[in-house]
Design a binder for this molecule. Structure first.
Ligand SMILES: Cc1cc2nc3c(=O)[nH]c(=O)nc-3n(C[C@H](O)[C@H](O)[C@H](O)COP(=O)(O)OP(=O)(O)OC[C@H]3O[C@@H](n4cnc5c(N)ncnc54)[C@H](O)[C@@H]3O)c2cc1C
Length: 148
């Protein structure tokens, strides 16, 4: 993604929404904690790649508050339901009683979330609509556009 000899390293850490929402009320402490975490992660990276610390040009720390601010997603969730033994078996309704011709698709109605799941969810709904309308569900191959 980067020109020349630069690159991006992304580190993901599990965390709690409430903690960050509380901390965000104290702006200075919030930014201090983000910086603190960035330095800790850098410290760990330094153990694997000695000298990396001095070469870092830019750092960006996103918290659940950041995801909430950008996406308005429930509790800053970035991929909908976490995939667990429980959620995998969880049936999520995709219609609403009393509202005809209305369907839900996307990360909140398919455990696991993410772009592929959201796209597959939309595909399943279209298939269901075709079935209800007694139409054949036909897909077009647009080539793989570089994707496998
Ligand atoms: C920082 C970040 C990184 C991610 N990285 C990845 C990744 O690498 N790979 C991956 O697979 N997934 C990733 N995800 C998750 C992925 O982006 C989501 O799971 C996916 O986009 C969900 O698609 P969706 O269609 O369900 O919801 P969305 O893409 O959130 O679409 C919902 C749409 O509904 C609109 N909307 C909301 N309310 C209303 C309303 N009342 N009226 C009209 N419109 C409304 C919103 O504006 C939005 O456009 C990432 C998410 C985040 C936040």
């Amino acid at each position: 993604m980067n020109p020349g000899d630069r690159t991006v390293i992304q580190a993901e850490i599990e965390t709690e929404y409430d903690y960050w929402m509380d901390l965000r009320k104290h702006e200075e402490e919030y930014y201090k904690e983000k910086d603190n975490i960035a330095q800790k992660v850098l410290g760990k990276l330094e153990e694997f790649y000695p000298g990396i610390k001095a070469k870092v040009e830019m750092i960006d720390v996103a918290t659940p508050y950041t995801f909430l601010r950008y996406t308005r997603n429930y509790r800053g969730a970035f991929e909908g339901w976490l995939m667990t033994g429980e959620t995998l078996k969880m049936p999520v309704p995709k219609t609403l009683d009393g509202l005809n011709n209305f369907y839900l698709a996307g990360q909140w109605v398919e455990p696991g979330g993410g772009v592929p799941t959201a796209v597959a969810s939309g595909r399943r709904i279209i298939k269901k609509i075709c079935y209800n309308d007694k139409k054949d569900f036909v897909t077009k191959n647009h080539g793989n556009a570089g994707n496998p």
